[in-house]
Design a protein around this ligand. Structure first.
Ligand code: ADP
Ligand code: MG
Length: 245
């Protein structure tokens, strides 16, 4: 089978979501290959989180389909529950469990023996430079360290897809760049398809293989970061990028 026949890891087609008669996600389509990072970029309220929630399965679309590796995950009648979608999640306020150690947080949800759980936690914490904190509790760690533990936790079940909703916006600028790079390395190494939601053009430029620019529920432009940056499709897109120097 040639590469062109391999289905995308994640494919959403014509997703629509309406609340109270108002269309907040309007025929959104995206394909993401294994190891590819796509940024859904747009201003607050344009429908980014709602799109992510439907893919995660915590909300259901009114129209459209979601496929993973070519298999149907969800349409308007058929629906695989969130825990069986092989999806990892990272949110800004997706807190660690305070009463569990760092290692227990990372291996939480794995259905393996205690020794395997600890081995997995050790390996992933080592990967984010925090293996020495395995028996500490989250409150002993800085915000940036907690975020790296959250990344290790999200990666532990080896998800095929990683959905990230503004995961770095709670961190100060000094930490952010390092964590962004570390996160990218880990996700690419694991071959996950990544959909990263952000309202910051600079973050999308830094992290994305592809940017999907969203406005009022629609994707208005899609392509490689520098193509979009250099040739915004319209005045709205141009204004959105005008803060970057
Ligand atoms: P973003 O993540 O881009 O900031 P959201 O997807 O959170 O945007 O929201 C898009 C729009 O949908 C907003 O106008 C928001 O108020 C509305 N919305 C989101 N969730 C709900 C809901 N459960 N009920 C009603 N309206 C909602
Ligand atoms: Mg949001």
């Amino acid at each position: 089978m040639s590469a062109s026949h391999v289905p995308p890891r994640l494919e959403i087609r014509n997703l629509v979501r309406r609340f109270d008669g108002q269309t907040v996600v309007d025929h959104v389509s995206l394909s993401i290959a294994p190891g590819q990072v796509t940024c859904l970029l747009g201003p607050s309220g344009c429908g980014k989180s709602t799109t992510l929630r439907m893919i995660a399965g915590v909300d259901t679309q009114d129209e459209g389909t979601i496929h993973v590796d070519g298999s149907l995950v969800c349409d308007t009648v058929f629906r695989i529950p969130p825990e069986r979608r092989s999806i990892g999640l990272m949110f800004q306020d997706f807190a660690l469990f305070p009463h569990m150690s760092v290692g227990e947080n990372v291996s939480f949800g794995l259905r393996t023996s205690a020794s395997e759980k600890r081995a997995t936690a050790t390996r992933l914490l080592d990967r984010v430079g925090l293996a020495h904190y395995i028996d500490f509790y989250p409150h002993h760690l800085s915000g940036g360290e907690q975020q790296r533990v959250a990344l290790a936790r999200a990666m532990a079940p080896e998800p095929k897809i990683m959905l990230m909703d503004e995961p770095f916006s709670g961190l100060d600028n000094r930490l952010r760049d390092g964590i962004r790079d570390e996160t990218l390395d880990l996700l690419k190494e694991a071959g996950a398809a990544v959909l990263l939601v952000t309202h910051e053009p600079e973050e999308a430029m830094r992290m994305a293989d592809e940017i999907a620019l969203m406005r009022d529920g629609r994707i208005v432009q899609q392509g490689a970061p520098y193509n979009i940056f250099n040739a915004p499709a319209d005045k709205g897109a141009m204004a959105f990028f005008s803060d970057i120097n």
